[in-house]
Design a protein around this ligand. Structure first.
Ligand SMILES: [Fe+2]
Length: 289
């Protein structure tokens, strides 16, 4: 099982085309990227205070804004704003409905561009591919009230690849992220409490993900702030269209191997000839949380 590890040594290059970025593949379909030592989260952290309440979570503990963004060259380009759509097959709570959220602000779009490029590389996405970007805060109450980062339980998003970037955790307990290769959550390939700057990237076709509830520390209202990436970008498919591109059409665009073509476990982090850091399995540390 993949566990949260200390950040790799040497750290991955800022050049996201560098072979140092771990990629999802192999049998587990999940990879952890720890960018906490170099990814500047300072521009992103305060922007979560501007995220509007999620009108589809009546209890009021979730806040969410979404945009579809592609990277052209090095610049983020925002696509037409449309509702978030997932089929009932994948989302029993909010499936088959158009969920209308506010778009990311310009400052948010700018701040998520570098993490988005990391996701593109880690998930083998072609350049210029549109990605769903969700900026999401889950709050606790102040008297033991619980927040649920994943109201669906173990689930798939109904896409090809997903990513969770943990931006901030304040005054809260819990929030362990779990990834299983079975829907009952019994076959874990990742379990850990993500820290700021850590990305978890997963092949959504082969894995189910979940984050456990969060509650306050008894001192103040807590919150957990994440950026979620998903590809394809969860637009409502036109009549008769599949929500997912076929593997055949993916191959015509790919310059990197598909998930299924990967074998032999994780690609090991390599930078400047080094090969320490992430390895398949829990070689570098025990799971936290
Ligand atoms: Fe999800």
């Amino acid at each position: 099982m993949t566990a949260v590890t200390d950040h790799p040594d040497p750290a991955p290059s800022r050049d996201t085309d560098d072979a140092s970025v771990p990629r999802i593949g192999g049998t587990d379909g999940v990879a952890l990227i720890d960018a906490s030592s170099w990814l500047d989260l300072d521009p992103l952290v305060p922007l979560f205070d501007e995220v509007p309440a999620d009108p589809y979570v009546e209890e009021g503990f979730r806040y969410k804004a979404i945009s579809r963004i592609r990277i052209r060259g090095t610049e983020p380009v925002v696509g037409p704003h449309e509702p978030l759509y997932q089929s009932l097959e994948y989302n029993p709570v909010h499936g088959d409905i158009d969920r209308r959220y506010a778009p990311l602000t310009d400052a948010m779009v700018s701040a998520v561009a570098a993490p988005l490029r990391m996701f593109q590389v880690a998930a083998h996405l072609p350049q210029d591919e549109e990605v769903l970007v969700q900026v999401q805060r889950v709050t606790t109450g102040t008297a033991g009230d619980i927040g649920h980062p994943a109201v669906e339980g173990f689930h798939q998003d109904g896409v090809n690849a997903i990513c969770i970037l943990l931006v901030d955790r304040v005054n809260l307990i819990g929030g362990q992220t779990l990834v299983s290769t079975t829907a009952d959550g019994q076959t874990l390939v990742f379990a850990g409490e993500l820290r700021p700057g850590q990305f978890l990237v997963a092949d959504d076709r082969r894995t189910y993900h979940y984050t456990s509830p969060v509650w306050d520390t008894g001192t103040a209202r807590g919150h957990r702030d994440v950026v979620l990436f998903g590809w394809p970008s969860c637009r409502r498919p036109a009549d008769g269209e599949s929500a997912l591109p076929s593997l055949g059409s993916l191959r015509t665009h790919r310059t990197r191997p598909t998930f299924r073509e990967m074998s032999g476990g994780f690609l090991i982090a390599k930078a400047n000839g080094g090969a320490r850091g992430w390895r398949r399995g829990a070689a570098n540390g025990a799971a936290r949380g």
